[in-house]
Design a protein around this ligand. Structure first.
Ligand SMILES: Nc1ncnc2c1ncn2[C@@H]1O[C@H](COP(=O)(O)OP(=O)(O)OP(=O)(O)O)[C@@H](O)[C@H]1O
Ligand SMILES: [Mg+2]
Length: 628
């Protein structure tokens, strides 16, 4: 009976022992401290001495735990750990019991016990404990491997608590990329690395998804320790971390990509606005040609006050459409090879005058500046517009600096092609601008001033672009502004200004055929030419024009370039085949540069830009008729 009781007590003690071992191993990843506690438990519960030997990747054993410290069975003892590691079978001899630790098919090490009386019961118990220890060790090793992936990942990663949003763990890449130390990170919540204005959206996002973690990447803004904002693509997964609901986050910095995308979008936006503005200005020009032309005729007829008013208003409207054409890069430029230094120097006195006494104007002009090919008057307008803006930004005085320099780009820089360029930089010490303003700066009609038209910088933009250059702005609130214009350097040396074309009398008696689809413009041109002695035939389309050409001797064909169904240069080619002596003059609301670039004209043809006055028209007609 007593023997039975003994046995029962013994079994109970062992079951308890196993339960305790299970508790220790189940508490978390198993490392040395857990093994030590298991060893101590065996020592007290079983009265056994105990050792754990673990194998490294190459299979070499090291003693990790020994109770007592001088545990007598060495790893390579007969029937000891090295043997069981190889045979994968437990060994029981009188002095000790040795069991391999096997998990997932791998032998991880060995457990060795030493006690007075070792029998099958101890063997069974030892085997069971070894099995549990091995399983726990294996889980720990897997976690170590993941830990290594996390720590060594080149991409910033972190884990945060689903409920408190506090950082629970961060990797080295996050520390490097964000500039916070690990401890700083662990003292923060994920909303602390967001710009304050984004925090409500973050909280809303977490709530909407019923907790943290988003399988689909999403782009957010983060703040680095030094305050810089970065665009980050976030991918997150829900995990359990040390018993808590958490999210594992992968952060991919896409700031550079976003910057390029924004730049492209900006360029496309400006292109679209340019097309719209250019289209409106073009159609409006036709109307203005009619309005201004008839006003001129009325005025000539009876010298009326009212007609003069109409002329004046039409003149202002034409100036406005001109600015829009300038912005959309469709104004007529007269490029010459120029010395920018000379232009700036020539404007200094005028700049002093318009800028006022409390602003210092300084110039820093590079010696041996390369020439540029551009329209002189337009470049002066660019400088004037920039200087006027600078003055407006410095109501309490300051300094305006104009610099020139030779810059050689050996690789493409933004929209600037590689090669030699001339830089024109205009800086002020004024109130500067924030991002909201710099974003829209060059759009027509964007102004923050009560009386501003918002066309100043739109014109500058158009002129620079049409001249093959690029413009950049650098500004911050309270820090002044710098506008940098890069123009491609010209190969030829600057020429002296060409003499103005001599004024010709525009009258004549030749026969002119006007081909124009807009009836208003067609009639007006007829009136203007007839008033100056010409015989005029008019046609609305190609068919009509061909008919007239066959029936009459025509000296000059005056045709619109862009008409529905037919383009002016095709028409001219067809008609001059019928009448080889006939001269041709094209007219269009677009600049000759734009018309030529779009392939409508080849470049050598005579060209008249709309809107034109009677004088402008007849002078050009005369010039073409008189040309050799
Ligand atoms: N040097 C500068 N410093 C600060 N802000 C500037 C500067 N240059 C331009 N801006 C900002 O850009 C806006 C647009 O300038 P833009 O020259 O196109 O029009 P505007 O000056 O407002 O009108 P206008 O040229 O008809 O007087 C200005 O209203 C101003 O807010
Ligand atoms: Mg302005």
């Amino acid at each position: 009976m007593g023997g039975n009781d003994d046995h029962a007590a013994n079994v109970l003690a062992r079951v308890r022992l196993l339960a305790r071992v299970g508790e220790i191993l189940g508490a978390g990843p198993v490392r040395e401290d857990a093994l030590r506690r298991v060893a101590e438990l065996l020592a007290t519960g079983l009265g056994a001495q105990c050792a754990f030997d673990l194998a490294d990747e190459q299979g070499a054993l090291t003693r990790r735990i020994a109770t007592p410290d001088d545990f007598p069975v060495s790893p390579d003892a007969p029937h000891g750990p090295a043997i069981v590691l190889r045979t994968r079978e437990p060994e029981l001899c009188r002095e000790h019991l040795c069991v391999p630790l096997i998990a997932g098919g791998a032998a991880l090490g060995a457990l060795t016990l030493r006690a007075d009386a070792l029998g099958p019961l101890e063997l069974e118990l030892g085997a069971e404990i070894a099995r549990r220890v091995a399983a726990a060790l294996d889980a720990g090793r897997t976690e170590d491997r993941y830990r290594m992936l996390f720590d060594a990942s080149p991409m910033p990663m972190w884990v945060y608590d689903a409920d408190t949003l506090a950082f629970l763990d961060v990797n080295d890449a996050a520390v490097r990329h964000y500039g916070y130390s690990r401890d700083e990170f662990l003292g923060m919540r994920i909303i602390d690395i967001r710009p304050p204005e984004d925090v409500p959206a973050v909280l809303e996002d977490v709530k909407a998804r019923g907790g943290p973690g988003a399988p689909n990447a999403k782009i957010w803004r983060h703040v680095r320790r030094d305050g810089t904002l970065i665009d980050v693509e976030i991918t997150a997964g829900r995990i359990r971390f040390e018993g808590r609901k958490a999210a594992l986050v992968l952060a991919h910095d896409v700031s550079e990509r976003m910057r390029l995308e924004r730049r492209l979008a900006d360029a496309e936006k400006m292109e679209a606005i340019g097309r719209l503005a250019g289209g409106v200005a073009h159609d409006f020009n036709n109307l203005l040609t009619v309005i201004a032309g008839y006003a001129e005729i009325l005025q000539d007829r009876d010298g009326g006050e009212e007609a003069a008013e109409i002329s004046r208003a039409a003149g202002q409207a034409a100036a406005l459409t001109h600015q829009l054409l300038a912005f959309s890069r469709r104004q007529v430029l007269h490029p010459r090879v120029l010395d920018l230094n000379e232009i700036v120097a020539g404007m200094e006195t005028m700049l002093h005058r318009i800028i006022g006494d409390d602003v210092i104007v300084a110039t820093r002009l590079a010696p041996r500046l390369a020439p540029v090919e551009a329209d002189r008057a337009q470049l002066e307008r660019v400088i004037l517009n920039l200087a006027a803006n600078a003055r407006d930004a410095m109501p309490d005085g300051g300094a305006l600096t104009i610099e020139t320099a030779n810059v050689d780009f050996d690789v493409r820089y933004g929209e600037i092609e590689p090669g030699e360029h001339v830089l024109l930089a205009i800086s002020d010490t004024g109130h500067g601008m924030d991002e909201r303003v710099t974003k829209h700066l060059f759009e027509p009609f964007f102004s923050t001033k009560e009386t501003g038209t918002g066309l100043g910088l739109a014109t500058v933009f158009g002129v620079v672009k049409q001249s093959g250059g690029a413009i950049y702005v650098y500004s911050e609130p309270g820090r002044g502004s710098t506008f940098k214009i890069y123009l491609p350097a010209a190969e030829r040396a600057p020429l002296a200004a060409a003499p103005a074309a001599e004024d010709r009398d525009g009258r004549g008696s030749e026969t002119v055929m006007v081909v124009e689809d807009d009836p208003g413009v067609r009639e007006l041109v007829r009136l203007m030419l007839e008033a100056n002695g010409y015989a005029v035939l008019t046609a609305a389309d190609a068919g009509e024009a061909a008919g007239l050409c066959a029936a009459h001797a025509i000296d000059l064909l005056l045709t619109d370039v862009v008409m529905p169904g037919v383009n002016g240069s095709d028409l001219a080619r067809r008609l001059t085949a019928l009448a080889p002596a006939m001269r041709v003059l094209f007219m269009s609301g677009y600049s000759d540069e734009a018309v030529h670039r779009h392939g409508e004209l080849s470049g050598s043809e005579a060209f008249l830009e709309k809107p034109f006055t009677e004088r402008g028209l007849t002078r050009k007609v005369r010039e073409v008729l008189d040309s050799p």
